[in-house]
Design a protein around this ligand. Structure first.
Ligand SMILES: [Zn+2]
Length: 134
């Protein structure tokens, strides 16, 4: 026996479970009569739904919240540890220093380019054209 039917039917059953409409219901009913793979898939889905309905969701929800808040608390504590605090401060200073260095380097570079330009002007006076006598 095949465990899978066609992808087309799997998708159709998924969409039927998501949004059960009369037309699709008829199609699915007719199909699962002849297709054991789809029937067992559908039974499984409906079984899971039934179980989810039966289970009360308050209990796991509270437990989940508790665990989540504990986790958040833990992360906060971690962040308050000196290493992390200093790391943040270090990051800020590092960013500022790098920024200042880029500005200074750019300034120095432009000054250097200017002085090179001036030196060139001094060293090579404009060449005079040699005028040959006729
Ligand atoms: Zn099928």
């Amino acid at each position: 026996m095949n465990d899978f039917c066609s992808e087309n039917w799997e998708r159709k059953i998924q969409s039927f479970l998501h949004q059960p409409t009369q037309g699709v219901k008829r199609e699915v009913q007719d199909h699962i009569r002849i297709c054991p793979a789809c029937k067992s898939a559908l039974d499984e889905h409906l079984g899971i739904r039934k179980v989810l309905k039966v289970l009360p969701d308050e209990e796991p929800g509270e437990e989940f919240d508790r665990r989540l808040s504990r986790r958040i608390q833990f992360i906060k504590q971690e962040r308050n540890r000196p290493v992390f605090r200093y790391f943040e401060v270090f990051n800020i200073f590092f960013t500022i220093i790098i920024g200042v260095m880029i500005v200074v380097l750019f300034f120095l570079f432009s000054r250097m380019a200017e002085s090179i330009e001036k030196k060139k002007d001094k060293q090579d006076p404009p060449k005079q054209e040699v005028i040959l006598p006729d």
